[in-house]
Design a protein around this ligand. Sequence first.
Ligand SMILES: Cc1cc2nc3c(=O)[nH]c(=O)nc-3n(C[C@H](O)[C@H](O)[C@H](O)COP(=O)(O)OP(=O)(O)OC[C@H]3O[C@@H](n4cnc5c(N)ncnc54)[C@H](O)[C@@H]3O)c2cc1C
Ligand code: SF4
Length: 495
Amino acid sequence: MGDPKGFLTAGREDWPRRPVAERVRDWQEVYVPGALLPIISRQADRCMDCGVPFCHQACPLGNLIPEWNDLVARADWWTAADRLHATNNFPEFTGRLCPAPCEAGCVLAINQPAVTIKNVEVAIADRIWAEGWAVPQPPDRLSGKTVAVVGSGPTGLAAAQQLTRAGHTVVVYEKDDRIGGLLRYGIPEFKMGKVHLERRLGQMEAEGTRFRTSVTVGRDLTAEELRRRYDAVLVATGATAWRELPLPGRELQGIHQAMEYLPLANKVCEGDLPANPLTAEGRHVVIIGGGDTGADCLGTAVREGAASVTQLDIYPQPSPERDETADPWPVYPKVYRLSAAHEEARDLETAPLADADARLFRASTLRFTGDEQGRVRELHLVEVDTERRPQRGSERVLPADLVLLALGFSGPDRSDGLVEGLGLELDGRGVLARDAGFATRVPGVFAAGDAARGQSLIVWAIAEGRAAAAAIDRHLTGGTTLPSPIRPTDRPLTA
Ligand SMILES: Cc1cc2nc3c(=O)[nH]c(=O)nc-3n(C[C@H](O)[C@H](O)[C@H](O)COP(=O)(O)OP(=O)(O)OC[C@H]3O[C@@H](n4cnc5c(N)ncnc54)[C@H](O)[C@@H]3O)c2cc1C
Ligand code: SF4
């Protein structure tokens, strides 16, 4: 252990974000480049190396957090990298994008700010690439078995890397024109630069994983063909069937799903489009939905130069403090959080009619009204109580000429016929049914990630991919040495 009193002598210090006025003028990541490394060893030293590390328990990947905190505190970066890669294929993704349930479970967080675990993770991950330590690890010998992975999000990629390294011949099919799933088309560039994805894909290709883009399995490649060609199939197609808002005026032009809008912004950053065809520039934007997808729309609309941006949340504004009854330590609490996008909107005062940092809480949309050309112009809303009952006299009207629906996802998209073609069943939650070994009822066909778990997080997706890979390896060879960090039924810690 480094300094046993580190937590007493150093306070929490986060990776500083770039000034708002500067960062909203570009699409680069929001953090100050190079500002993490000088502070991170001292921060890692705040880890108490406590006897029962709940951070480790709270991380679905079972990341060996106290171990690499200690190694970083002692500047043993190479061993820290080795220990991080032991449980996580893609720490540069989680280190940037994970909401860090580990930090909510940090023992220090009982009465002090948690260790900056996520920042330690990303510092190690970036060091791995800076030092050239992420060398390809092709298998020593091939098993002669073939696996098709359908879907190239973090689940499919983690499974593919594990199975390729185990010696199987793995082909990843993706219906989009590029690999990455929501990491590519969904998550904005300012949260994670695509360079991190490209580097991993390069490593995976060098290891032998094969990628096939612009192939919709179920349509371009039939389910029968898939099963005939491969010894095993992993369905990792995500949960992208979006929820609708069937209100009066929904048919007006200018009302779009978040996932119609965000991928176009990604394509601008990829250089495919000169501008977003749905751009927020000069428009009054209202985002319906208080979650992270809504926040991603907010950050994107601010960068596109919206005239105003308001995010509606049907829930009350959370307290800044953890509710010790509902969400006691070490549970991930529902508290008021200020994401980078919310900070930007607040500082730029983009939403003069909102309660706080562009968010309007307890807000329920009633209808949309438009102009003679059929374009949306106004959004009518009402304030609701915690039972979602409208409050008399609280009706308001917001100017709105771009409305983005960020209401979450109900399950896998079934328009491609894959689910029916393979004969897969859905469970009561509308996601792919599977047994304790990630197997569907169709022999040799497995299901993992958001498609089977439901809308979740990247850390869970990577854990699902790793665990499904272990199950597939066992199915193909009769045994496995691959790690299996989670069971299909595992869920986040609750009280
Ligand atoms: C806008 C947005 C922002 C998010 N931000 C975060 C974040 O900051 N942090 C975090 O932890 N989580 C975030 N999430 C959630 C996270 O991205 C998902 O939980 C994760 O990507 C799920 O991984 P997956 O591999 O299961 O599915 P996906 O990433 O959805 O990938 C599934 C892939 O399968 C492909 N596919 C589907 N059907 C077929 C077919 N028939 N043939 C071929 N390919 C097919 C799809 O095109 C897609 O590329 C976000 C989600 C959204 C929508
Ligand atoms: S993956 Fe997420 S939960 Fe796990 S250590 Fe990293 S930030 Fe924490």
